[in-house]
Ligand binder design. Structure first.
Ligand SMILES: [Zn+2]
Length: 55
């Protein structure tokens, strides 16, 4: 398993950045890294609060 812990990647087809959750099947996409990070942090807070507290 290779997980990029530093964040998402940039799709060649658009400016959308995406990433997957390390802990579940969640997958997020946004128009910018700050927005994507916010979405991921919101997901962690809601779904994995213990992980969120450590991050
Ligand atoms: Zn998750």
């Amino acid at each position: 398993m290779s997980t990029n812990r530093r964040g998402g990647y940039v799709s060649s087809a658009s400016d959308t950045v995406e990433r997957e959750c390390d802990r579940c099947e969640w997958h997020g996409a946004a128009g910018s890294y700050p927005e994507l990070i916010k979405r991921y942090q919101d997901h962690l807070r809601d779904e994995h609060p213990t992980a969120w507290l450590r991050s």
